[in-house]
Design a protein around this ligand. Structure first.
Ligand code: SAH
Ligand code: SF4
Ligand code: F3S
Length: 440
């Protein structure tokens, strides 16, 4: 029996896409390989958001050459955002690649494999303007039996000047509400207790459908028996509505955790990024959410060293982190992406300086997190037991509503269940807790 192995880079959407590819492999009779060396087909599901993400793929392709020399019959395929961007040119440097599939070419995998079984010749299927396209949800092979990603909207219309995603993922396209609800109901029947709704900009959900939005969708999903926790990401600060905030406040299954990428604290830079809000507006939104839902938590993305950023702009970002005190900050040094508007911007600040700024923000955020984590000691949190601690088989790892990792004594049979856990110790990256009781 043939075996497949998928390596996934990039965002949650890519993780969800890899579950689709896995499902398609299985529907063709393939089994998942435990080790990459045992696979007959290796698929790299790639990311292009920053140069570093692409370098990882290139490094991996170098390694895979050795496997290919040892096992010439193995098939190597590339899918996802970098495949969409680089396309055929991959073959110049890596002639041993057997197939390349663009952003939404899931349904072409069977064809490509069939063609390769008839003739060993690289297969390339990439739509120039990718149209977000779904495959039946039940084809996905989900990694977890009790947690599930559910994409609700594909693509992006925002064209922030630094970002390559809209070029690779096409324009926004919402999935029909009935499809999403049917998927969630079926997942619940199979034991899924937590769902995470995915989109580059989930607040845009429904705009292209008319007559519905994310708040309505959350209301519907909230009614499903069996689903106990609902998350959603990413929110665009410009598009979060009062209706959505009030809905999240009202629905107890919906985690009041907001992933709201700020990107920069300086209005001059925000404007050059074409983000569509000022820092003051962003801060007001955070305060509004905190007022309506006091136990809300916030995570964000920050780009350090955007072209033309100066010391005083950087200072504003630093102040923003101090002022807002995010629960998580994803920091990234600006990376020039081909074809974007910012590619042409002057970028005089040397990389070393950007690295200094990056380190400064990282240290600041560490202090903030440690302080926040220490404040949790003694508190009781609702935790879904997600996995066994890979470093200690007697411990379970789970997350609080606001995404903090907590370790506590437990066994494999606890996985997929909710517990009330008392936090007893705080670290930088995780908390320690003890079970108070199991929640039904
Ligand atoms: N749709 C989401 C996330 C998209 S990509 C949003 O609007 O925020 C995830 C993060 O990658 C972005 O939030 C941004 O912080 C970062 N990013 C995107 N392009 C980048 C670039 N060219 N250089 C550095 N970071 C980038
Ligand atoms: Fe990229 Fe901006 Fe769209 Fe996010 S909203 S995917 S950062 S263009
Ligand atoms: Fe990367 Fe594509 Fe996601 S570029 S961040 S994998 S949408």
């Amino acid at each position: 029996m043939s075996k497949y192995y998928i390596l996934t880079y990039g965002c949650q959407m890519n993780k969800s896409d890899s579950e689709k590819y896995a499902g398609i492999f299985e529907s063709l009779g393939y089994k998942s390989a435990e080790f990459i060396e045992d696979a007959d087909v290796i698929l790299l599901n790639t990311c292009s958001v920053r140069e570093k993400a692409e370098e990882k793929v290139i490094g991996k392709l170098g390694e895979l050459k050795k496997i290919k020399v040892k096992k010439p019959n193995i098939l190597i395929g590339i899918a996802g955002c970098m495949a969409q961007r680089v396309g055929e040119e991959f073959l110049n440097k890596f002639p041993y690649i057997d197939f390349i599939l663009g952003s939404y070419s899931f349904s072409k995998l069977p064809l490509v494999l069939r063609n390769l079984s008839l003739e060993r010749k690289p297969q390339i299927i990439i739509e120039k303007d990718p149209i977000p396209e779904d495959i039946p949800w039940y084809l996905s092979k989900r990694e977890s039996s009790f947690q599930a990603w559910i994409p609700i909207i594909y693509g992006c219309n925002n064209f922030c000047t630094y970002c390559i995603v809209p070029y690779l993922r096409g324009r926004e396209k919402s999935r029909p509400k009935e499809d999403i609800i049917e998927e969630a109901k079926n997942l619940a029947q199979r034991g899924v207790v937590e769902i995470t709704l995915l989109g580059q900009n989930v607040d845009s959900y429904g705009k292209d459908l008319g007559n519905t939005d994310l708040a309505d969708l959350l209301e519907e999903l909230h009614k499903i028996d069996g689903i106990k926790r609902i998350r959603f990401l990413t929110s665009h600060p410009r598009d979060v509505s009062l209706k959505l905030i009030n809905t999240v406040a009202k629905l107890e299954k919906v985690c009041p955790h907001w992933h709201l990428p700020l990107q920069a604290g300086s209005n001059r830079i925000l404007q050059k990024m074409r983000r569509g809000y000022t820092y003051e507006e962003y801060y007001e939104l955070i305060n509004l959410i905190r007022k309506i839902i006091p136990y809300s938590s916030f995570s964000t993305d920050i780009i350090v060293g955007f072209p033309g950023e100066e010391e005083e702009d950087f200072e504003k970002t630093r102040k923003a982190l101090e002022e807002i005190k995010f629960d998580t900050v994803n920091l990234a040094i600006y990376s020039k992406r081909p074809g974007t508007v910012a590619e042409k911007f002057d970028d005089p600040i040397p990389y070393e300086k950007k690295k200094e700024w990056f380190n400064e923000l990282e240290n600041l955020q560490r202090r903030i997190i440690l302080e926040k984590n220490e404040n949790l000691v003694g508190k009781e949190e609702i935790i879904l037991a997600e996995d066994v601690n890979p470093k200690n088989p007697e411990e379970i790892l789970g997350r609080t509503q606001n995404y903090r990792i907590v370790f506590f004594k437990g066994e494999r049979k606890n996985l997929g269940k909710f517990f009330l856990v008392k936090i007893i110790k705080a670290g930088l990256w995780s908390l320690k807790g003890e079970i108070v009781k199991e929640l039904k």
